[in-house]
Design a protein around this ligand. Structure first.
Ligand SMILES: Cc1cc2nc3c(=O)[nH]c(=O)nc-3n(C[C@H](O)[C@H](O)[C@H](O)COP(=O)(O)OP(=O)(O)OC[C@H]3O[C@@H](n4cnc5c(N)ncnc54)[C@H](O)[C@@H]3O)c2cc1C
Length: 361
């Protein structure tokens, strides 16, 4: 019998289970499909919230910590598994007006963020930028990671360490007696443990015990991907919610839609056209590249984008680690550290109240 069961093998479940295992916890991860096959595969992997100045400190605090963790984590995963997650520094140019809000945010979190409205200077940063990229905030230190490779590296790390997991094993319900969890039910069998962490992404609010108490809803995001040459486009560029992300091998992602239509992962022509139109405004040469692929993922949406990282208010031993919305990768590494602190009863150096169940109501 493991000490702890983690329900869900997206980035959040994988990072949490790995963190706990490395700290001596006997952990078992159960995943209804394939590890890393949902939102964590589909995302853009930008290691910064978009418009981070609009977010609460609770988000920025984890984002700041994650930025320190990722370079080390990437090297460790590479050494353990040989899988390169392609963590690269692309910087992020956000088309926006200057504002006191942005200045205050940059000072508070010690982020290099400069307002630039000179076209020559903008072309020095990204020579392919179009006329619509005429002013904005340049953050040169923003990293990105390639999602499918990152989850592949995490899975390989599980195999490297022999961390226990089962794929194609959906948790159907929790075993709860006298307001205390003692395991989970799956179609195949019951698994017993004194601690259970719900890390089920967009599905985290779908269990009988979480339906009325955990407010996480799916928010569909669609992406398209162009096939280009390495080095053609170098920077992540964001404008009015649309962005392009150039990968190391020359592919360029353009995202993303925000659709609150339930558990639907169908792709649409309307999204294809919206994303393509927005992308060629940012970088006109994209119009000459073939679009190789389109896909959709379901983000675990919460109202303010602040994740649940907490014990369930009423069920002893049941924990929730979900609701990272648009920032599951950027927050994930730090969030897993915090979840491990909570599980192991260690006091983090800041208040965990913003990540509790009460804070979401
Ligand atoms: C288009 C798009 C772009 C994005 N861009 C970024 C970005 O640039 N940066 C960033 O930080 N974030 C980004 N995100 C968000 C990020 O991908 C998510 O926040 C993150 O992947 C959430 O991770 P997760 O592990 O909680 O969820 P998921 O990856 O969805 O994993 C949850 C897992 O739980 C499993 N599960 C569900 N129910 C059960 C059950 N009953 N039993 C067992 N297993 C179960 C699922 O099968 C799934 O594998 C983006 C998302 C999308 C869709």
């Amino acid at each position: 019998m493991p000490d702890c069961i983690v329900v869900g093998g997206g980035a959040i479940g994988l990072l949490t289970a790995r963190q706990l295992f490395l700290q001596g916890v006997d952990v078992l991860l159960l995943e209804k499909g394939a590890l890393g096959g949902e939102s964590s595969w589909a995302g853009g992997g930008i290691i910064s919230p978009l418009y981070p100045w609009r977010y609460d400190d609770a988000v920025n605090r984890l984002a700041e910590r994650s930025k320190q963790i990722y370079p080390v984590l990437n090297e460790t995963l590479l050494a353990e598994t040989g899988v390169d997650s392609q963590l690269i520094n692309s910087g992020l140019f956000t088309v926006t007006e200057a504002s006191v809000e942005i200045d205050d945010w940059a000072k508070k979190w010690s982020v290099d963020a400069a307002f630039i409205d000179d076209v020559v200077a903008i072309h020095d940063i990204e020579k392919t930028a179009g006329a619509a990229v005429d002013k904005g905030i340049w953050m040169p230190d923003i990293l990105q990671i390639r999602n499918p490779l990152f989850v592949k590296a995490l899975k390989a790390s599980f195999d490297h360490h022999s961390i226990a997991y089962h794929e194609n094993t959906a948790v159907e319900d929790f075993i709860i007696n006298n307001n205390k969890v003692s395991g989970v039910k799956t179609r195949q069998r019951n698994y017993m443990a004194d601690k259970v962490i719900i890390a089920s992404g967009a599905w985290s609010g779908q269990f009988s015990i979480t339906k009325s108490s955990v407010n996480v809803l799916p928010v569909k995001g669609q992406m398209i991907m162009y096939k280009g040459e390495p080095g053609l486009i170098k920077r992540i560029i964001l404008s009015e919610g649309h962005y392009i992300i150039p990968r190391k091998d020359g592919r360029v992602l353009a995202g993303s839609t925000l659709e609150k239509i339930g558990f639907d992962k169908n792709i649409s022509d309307a999204a294809h056209d919206e994303l393509h139109h927005a992308a060629i405004e940012l970088v006109p040469l994209l119009s000459s590249l073939p679009i190789e692929r389109q896909w959709a993922g379901l983000r675990p949406g919460t109202e303010k984008g602040i994740p649940y990282i907490c014990q369930h208010d009423e069920i002893a031993g049941l924990y929730i680690h979900a609701g990272h919305f648009r920032n599951g990768i950027v927050l994930g590494a730090a969030s897993a550290e915090l979840m491990a602190d909570i599980i192991l009863d260690r006091k983090p150096g800041f208040s965990t109240a913003p990540y509790g169940m009460q804070a979401q109501h």
